[in-house]
Design a protein around this ligand. Structure first.
Ligand SMILES: [Zn+2]
Length: 195
């Protein structure tokens, strides 16, 4: 059994420090799964435990999956790799110019299609739940969510079953409550060249 957290750390996908997130909030950890997913063998290894849990759940009749869908960009490789390991088709949703999640490129949903939604990191599951809404409107049944890293705060509840490769605690502070700002440590924007 591989240690997913170790593998992510070795790839530089988990950074420790003081980060300004795209949401405007501050954290002591930043997770960038793309750093691990750029290597196809690592993508296969980090998602193998999730595929294993899903396969067991399907065999036990607990869930049904006809296809995997990932919100772009973070969900594309995750959905593809889970689809590959489970022998299922995988596609993605994407935001249009106004920022609304949509299904494009001729991907088709049939009535009652069982869809698993896959993402790299689940914090609030906002993108996954927006994808769920779009696909449900087209007739899909969303049966579960899957991700590499579950970094939800305790107060984030998701009604659907969630399959994750790893659970990682990360602070999610409002700037005013940030413990690291209080210590006078400068916050960095992850992914910026200065980092
Ligand atoms: Zn801060």
């Amino acid at each position: 059994m591989i240690n997913v957290v170790t593998l992510l750390k070795e790839s530089g996908a988990i950074l420790e420090g003081h980060f300004l997130l795209s949401s405007g909030r501050h954290s002591n950890r930043y997770i960038q799964c793309a750093k691990a997913l750029q290597y196809p063998d690592k993508a296969a290894r980090v998602l193998a435990p999730v595929a294993g849990q899903l396969r067991e759940a399907m065999q036990a009749g607990a869930i049904a999956i006809d296809a995997v869908a990932g919100p772009a960009l973070g969900g594309i490789i995750v959905a593809y790799e889970l689809g590959r390991q489970l022998g299922l088709p995988a596609f993605f949703t994407e935001r249009d110019d106004s920022g609304t999640m949509t299904l494009r490129r001729g991907f088709e949903i049939w009535d009652g299609m069982n869809v698993l939604i896959a993402e790299d990191v689940i914090t609030t599951a906002k993108s996954s739940l927006e994808t769920a809404t779009v696909l449900e409107r087209l007739g899909a049944r969303i049966t579960a969510l899957a991700c590499i890293v579950d970094r939800r705060a305790e107060d984030v509840h998701i009604a659907l079953p969630l399959y994750a490769a790893a659970k990682i605690e990360a602070a999610n502070w409002d700037e005013a409550d940030c413990a690291l700002c209080r210590q006078g440590i400068p916050a960095v924007k992850p992914g910026s060249r200065k980092q």
